[in-house]
Design a protein around this ligand. Sequence first.
Ligand code: ADP
Ligand code: MG
Ligand code: MG
Length: 878
Amino acid sequence: MKQVYFYDEGDGKNKKLLGGKGAGLCEMTKLKLPVPPGFTITTEVCRKYYENNKKLPKTLMVDVKKNIAKIEKRTGKKWNSKTNPLLVSVRSGAAISMPGMMDTILNLGLNDQTVLGLEEKSQNPRFAWDSYRRFIQLFGKVVFGVDDKKFDDVLNAAKKKQNVQVDSDLNEESLREVVEQYKQICDKHTGRKFPTDPTEQVELAIKAVFGSWMGERAIVYREKNNITKDIADGTAVNIVSMAFGNMGNDCATGVVFTRNPGDGSRQIYGEYLINAQGEDVVAGVRTGKQVNEMKKDLPESYKQLTKTCERLEKHYKEPQDIEFTIEQGKFYLLQTRNAKMNASGMIKTSVDMVKEKLIDKNRAITRLQAEQLEQLLHKRIDPKEIKNHTQLAKGIAASPGAASGIAVLDVKRATAMGENGAKVILIREETKPEDVPAFFESVGILTSRGGKTSHAAVVARGMGKPCIVGCSDLKIDLENKQCSVDGKVVREGEVITIDGSTGSVYIGDIPTIEPKVTSEFKQVLEWAQKAKKIGIRANADTPEGAKLAREFGGQGIGLCRTERMFNGSDRINLFVEMIMAENIEERNKILTKLGQLQKSDFIEILQAMEGYEVTIRLLDPPLHEFLPNPEELAEKIRKLELQNATEELNKAKTVLKRARELAEVNPMMGHRGVRVGITYPEIYEMQIRAVFEALVELTKKKVKAHPQIMIPQISSIAELNHIKKIYDSIKKEMETKHKMKLKINFGTMIEVVRAALTANELASTAEFFSFGTNDLTQGTFSFSREDVEGKFLPEYIEKEILERNPFQSIDVNGVGSLIKIGIAGGRGIRPNMEIGICGEHGGDPNSIKFCHGAGLSYVSASPHRIPIAIVAAAQAAI
Ligand code: ADP
Ligand code: MG
Ligand code: MG
């Protein structure tokens, strides 16, 4: 096993072995860029170190010495020399960059003798002693674990004594004193003499860098960023000959991005410091200067910097984030990596680099992280404002975007206040379909329970409203109209701000930034539209949703949930009356009214989606979901009894009776979907008729409407045929009455396991399929999707029983197999059958990749996720 690679030996692509920093230094050396000579000890050695109980492999120091000799040869400097000493840095560097998480030591190789050599050679005693004090401080901190503050105190005292503001003004004499005191601090801390032998120093430093891999900071960082062992396992160590940025005013050190990471614009962006070293810029010891000032400070070096940036971009075909040092006018590169940028920066650079012919359109799409684009589609909290506000709690980020509004804990009050124009944030333990009117009237939703696929989350996403769920620290006290977290109380009526992209809840009103779809974003979406194979449709239940979906590039509606329409505040009462109707005549009367409302909804939606398919799903939830919660109703009855309000009391009592009749132990597997359609055929009849009437009206107006009717919860062909008969007779009736042919495809959801397994039978009647992957996942795992996230799922993921939440990202092996069976069954009968998926997975990049591979016709996602879906679909196709 080769333990050490000199920079001209290593494979610059092998970040796993050499770490990102090491690989970059190797690559740049091969490009003949000015990298100081050095070498990398591999991440494999780090793993060995831990396997061996924190001992270095026996032969490692032999290899290290050989490579140091190589550096000596290249630099002409000598290890431990009293005349021209070689100094090095010892730097960490894992496969994934973990900025600031691990340790680096600079100027290693100094002792009381070599410092004199450095003084002599450079003819610059101040520089020699400045390097020495820096070395002792870093070595003391990293190897011995001395608290930085002790060193800082000494340095500050020295500045005071000499009466200067910044460390670069400290003179040689002061620095000598600082060095003496620094050594004493270390000796006192360790009880041993500070190591003087450079080889011992380097060995201790290597161990310390390996040690920093398992340091608490690094462990937490890896956990937070999901950096698992297969991504990065151990750190490499880089030993690099020093380039001195602290030798005088013709020296400097800096950190720059080759393009502005904030907006992607093409300008070198970053800071530098004259007469400084290493972390000075980042640590804010002195305020850095903007890099464009270098033009006049160090014009030659600035030219080199610009040239180098261009060279690196040409090579990596990505904007870079680099570290450099200028030693007496000579320019050195110390690090490069792909620049991390926000979404707008990524989009802008994608478009610019295509224009510059640096990359092609495919690369412009594949380099994006689809998920990150979400930032561009929603309001965001102004990052500059966050620090002025207290974070109250953190929940699960369920529907992105930020909103400020008045906290309201009651659905009725929220609805009323919203209708009166107030900006309301609805706060509930959890929500139910009957709460949906309040969603329409609120600017954001916050719940203390539930996960990403809970009712509140799904509805809010569909409406594009910010939502946080599962905020379990939040205690809701309905009685006193307030909620609290650890004693911090928010009363109803006070203003809070929620950030549905991060899950953070803040007290007070925080200004937000509006989203904007820039011309560059449109350009990228256009390229992605062309590259993708699978169709992208929207889950939309309102004309606004349909319009938004089209704006974002959606082509059709894959799921229009009709029950959402009954939840509008002007119709929920009508729907409840319908459920309460005592006989069929009465029910039909109300249904006629509801039919009129549905028809006008369909007309608007179909019009907004002119030219594209709109798949309308008939009523799906169980009826009791539209009635008030029995417990709350019983409570209300108790109050009414005290008030002697007879009429209202009687009404409440009948509703309660009906609610109890309809209540089920297991409603998600209960009397819902097609089962309601079969037992209350008048409801489905009304809906089917409304779709036909909408089509008639639009056809007369020459609007190209393409409605399709879809039946939920089908488990057998007999169910489907039963509804098909109703459909056929209404179709015939309508065609005769209006004397025109009316084409409305009739299809089924595949969301019950049995439906997937008998898809070939269903295809004899169904003209299209749409996989309802939420219910299908629920059925495949027997996991209640309303409950799992708050209960065992997090632990399942932590214990690696499940890799990820199957309700967010499709379970390829299980649910995916059912989908494949369903597709084979359907297309076996109808070769060109349209088969799509609707459900939360339609907006998830990994699931989209699966759907593309499985040969689905389209995925359907909530309007705000459409651009993400388009990009993900293109990535899958490229
Ligand atoms: P990090 O990964 O935290 O950025 P680095 O290993 O890159 O740590 O080093 C910290 C700082 O020291 C950086 O500013 C880097 O440029 C500087 N540095 C590291 N090695 C050298 C060297 N041989 N000569 C000059 N500066 C160096
Ligand atoms: Mg660095
Ligand atoms: Mg379903």
